[in-house]
Design a protein around this ligand. Sequence first.
Ligand code: KPL
Length: 300
Amino acid sequence: MEILIFGAGSLGSLLGGLLAGAHDVTLVGRDPHIAAVRERGLRITGVEERDARPAATTDGRDASADLALVTVKAYDTEAAARALAAGDVSVACSLQNGMGNEEVLATHLDAPVLAGTTTCGARLAGPGHVEWLGRGSVTVGPWRPDDGVNAAERVVAAFRAAGVDAAVTTDARGLLWEKLAINAGINPVTALARVENGALAPPGDLFDLATAAGVEAARVARAAGASLSDSAVTEAIADVARDTARNRSSMHQDVAAGRRTEVDAINGYVVDRAAEEEESVPVNRTLATLIRGWEAGAEV
Ligand code: KPL
């Protein structure tokens, strides 16, 4: 299968490197990482060691592929969707954090759009080198009924052929709400406390703070029609903290690198959606204010 990884950051590079074992993969990203992959290939260390040779480019316009896996930051989805619309992709699958990415892809692309999540942990150790920090798996499903389960099944088969655990869901929106609730808890708390995910494993004050944010998000999810219980979110946050103990959350990585975060698509989304549903989410509001305050001070 021809696969375009649109967003070769840590997660995109890891998945692209793994998929390159069985498919014809092209990474779209930025230099110096892309230049290093072109020159020396992609080195994966950690859970397993692999050397992969995906194609790599900094220009994702006019690309054609059977599948585009979109792994850019949520604030770059619009630009990615426009670039993909100029080319020819048969299916687009978002594996991003936050809510709203699939709508943006569906607005621009005349192709089935899939929503996906992954629990794989990754960190860019340097140009051309990604560390695989948590084995993880991938779950994908059709975003709209018309997007079809068949496309999701083909994507799952492509991951499995490359040795990556993958499953289809018919409740993509429920899946995204659960992932949002996990990110709303883990990401800002790890970013503000500057700790690895494992520091949020229960019991402890950081776990209590993360679950308070996650449970608020679950309440908003239920008000919006999704079925997500408080206990499911609490357990999921505990599991992710344990399973990705050595991982720094993406928001922690962003803050540590002085980069803009995805707070608008995570805690900011919970706050905005809560207002529409007339719910109160003080923990998410506080966490969003603190992260946005850091962004303003750091001028990112
Ligand atoms: O998705 C993640 C992220 O860091 O953005 C989690 C699941 C929290 C893993 O680090």
